[in-house]
Design a protein. Structure first.
Length: 234
């Protein structure tokens, strides 16, 4: 078990160190820009108010922190958490103009914050990459204030046969695109495999429930290619 966790940590770290320079470009190409709409939908559903603070875990290049910040006029505090050094530096540099955003090099499994600190916790295309999902969910619950909300955007399971057929075939081309743009297909083999292996919408609801979240709901995006899960700390 311990070596499996260490193996995944190493694998994921090497994947993101290979892709960080072209991460944003590849997201736009692979999703034809749709990831931007999904991220906006997450912030719209969240509907943050003046004074709400956010922890954004697995921040990458900082898309969610930026959208959240812009939504409330760059006034609210945002703490970005990212363990991969290359992604961390890229994200920090991307958002250097935002005085309300701080960066922390840490993992979802061990967050450097006190209990009951945040109004919102977000993790966007990150939970699939953590080494211990149960521990990560427990940490999310711990750092949220009572009444705080967890929101997760992640690839999920397609609920339409025809779209699933097209999507599965399209997925086969992603490592080829990766080879052309990034110079290596391996990170994108990992991407496709990790999406296929990840939990369904209902399985993720159950995991959230088992780890202490309440009033859990989810919304499918693009027929379930992705989904946003929401849960509360009561
Ligand atoms: C696909 S990127 C998502 C970036 C960004 N949130 C987005 O939506 O574009 C996944 C990120 O998760 C980070 N990550 C991997 N393992 C993690 C862990 N255990 N805890 C937190 N973040 C992790 C990776 O380094 C990477 O930057």
């Amino acid at each position: 078990m311990k070596s499996t966790i260490q193996d995944k940590t190493k694998l994921v770290n090497s994947v993101f160190s290979k892709v960080y320079k072209k991460y944003d470009l590849m997201n736009d190409i692979m999703s034809l820009g749709v990831h931007r709409i999904w991220k906006k939908k997450l912030i719209d559903w969240m509907n943050p108010q003046f004074n709400d603070n956010l922890i954004d875990v697995a921040s990458g290049t900082g898309d969610i922190a930026k959208l959240f910040s812009k939504k409330i006029n760059n006034l609210n505090k945002v703490s970005c958490v990212e363990p991969n050094n290359d992604m961390y530096l890229a994200g920090k540099d991307n958002l250097k103009k935002f005085a309300n955003i701080t960066w922390h090099k840490a993992k979802a499994e061990k967050l450097p914050f006190n209990n009951d600190t945040f109004d919102f916790y977000t993790i966007s295309f990150g939970i699939r990459n953590v080494s211990d999902i149960n521990l990560s969910l427990k940490e999310a619950l711990r750092v949220l204030k009572p009444g705080g909300r967890f929101m997760c955007l992640e690839f999920s399971k397609v609920n339409n046969e025809m779209i699933n057929f097209l999507y599965q075939n399209y997925s086969k081309t992603i490592p080829i695109i990766g080879k052309y743009i990034v110079g290596s297909s391996k990170p994108y083999d990992y991407l496709v495999e990790s999406i296929n292996k990840f939990y369904s919408q209902k399985e993720l609801v159950n995991l959230m429930k088992q780890n202490g979240f309440s009033n859990i709901e989810y919304r499918n995006l693009s027929s379930g290619i992705s989904a946003i899960h929401s849960g509360w700390k009561i």
